[in-house]
Write a protein that binds this ligand. Sequence first.
Ligand code: ARG
Ligand code: ZN
Length: 498
Amino acid sequence: MAHSTLRSRLGCWLALMGMALWLTACRPLTIPMPTAAVPGTAPALAPGPVAGAAGLDDPLYPTLGNGGYDVLHYDIDLTVDVAGNTLNGATTISARATQALSAFNLDFSGLTIGQVTVNGAPARYRRQASELTITPVQPVQADSLLTVTVAYQGQPQPMRDPGVPFLPLGWQRFGDDIAVVSEPSGAMTWFPSNNHPLDKATFTMRLTVPKPYQAAANGVLSDTQDNGSSTTYVWQMTDPMATYLATVHIGRYEVITAAGPDGVVRRDYFPLGTPASVKASFAPIPQMMQFMRQRIGPYPFAAYGVALLPVPTGWALETQTLSTFGAGAGGAAWDEGEVMHELAHEWFGNSVSPATWQDVWLNEGFATYFQWLWQEQNEGSAAFNATVQEVYASMLAQDVGSPLPQQPPDLFTDATYQRGAWTLHALRLTVGDVVFFKILRAYYQRFAGSHASTADFIATAVEVSGQPAVETLLRDWLTNPKLPAPPAPSAQTPVIAL
Ligand code: ARG
Ligand code: ZN
């Protein structure tokens, strides 16, 4: 019984939504390997200021993100009218220019801009779809620090993204509450940003909401100010975060706090009236954190918990340090595998972020495999083997293709989740448990707080295992339109004693 829920957490609701299965293009895919910088190619003279690029050439979302600067910190200061779902405030971006800039872009869609300043001086701006082009009075020097403030107000409009056809993205209402779910593109509905996981930054959010509402966001609640008829909640995310993981939840909550392992702050936000049976779904989180710690390393951030929406959903999202879950339908608990899945994303997806959206299996394949590993620890290897075999049979029956998406609708599919997880299982069968977990730990340690590509993972696996054949195996699992045969288990595959 546990298997079927584990097997197709996505398959189920995709099927429910009447989605067709996505067939992968039948040509072999290539994975670029990291290229070393070529010495001696720097120009003799520093180039004059030019406009920063309007995108980062992501293979799936070429216009997401912008070139020419690196964001260090977002300070998002918003006063929210909960009844009208409108906001009024400003986002201040601290960035470092990576080139001399005559102009640069932010990603921002909808809302009405009041003013834009660059280093304190009003700047000209132009908007075209979700590209906001800012022209400062003085060009920005290469390597200089840049402070950009955008003041804005209005009612955020959730957007449609072809990668997530079943859900509007961004700032939106869920029942009487307001919440943000953005993966992959929705952050631009509520704050201007460099909207791509390649450019992670720390965040401060100051959220002023009328009483009796509360506002939760990523990280640690550092201050609560009573303004009479409203309350200001100040949230600090002091580790780098990708824009798609930024979240806000506004509603009336029962807040349950506790001390977690290693000094991690535990806080869960449950809408008032959440049944005890639903809250109980999240009780195993401390043991799950311990499980991840033993296999990969300590939890990466200062806080962890969940924020529940007041309406049922078939999905959850790993919003950094504060995973978003729907209410349990009819008081039903969440599946333990889902709870494990979102927690595992804090290491794989949130701390180590995908370099491009084509690398999303590094999020979903890993989080899914940790679901299976949790089952292996708790129910034993027979139950685990039944799950992996069942998933394999179902992938075979559906002719599931490459886990590297070629277009946005391929992002959240059985290919990235299940074949992504099976890619890790195939690696484990080939190298054995000891080397497999060594590879995962090395990969995590190398890219924690930053981002990694598929080529980075393959290079780490080859280097740590010392087995060049691992590259062929991983490329087959990741790029072959046909599902590879499961590898024969290596001689040294006993489950490791931790
Ligand atoms: N990363 C999410 C997960 O835990 C994907 C859920 C789909 N929703 C979304 N907004 N992308 O599987
Ligand atoms: Zn996931």
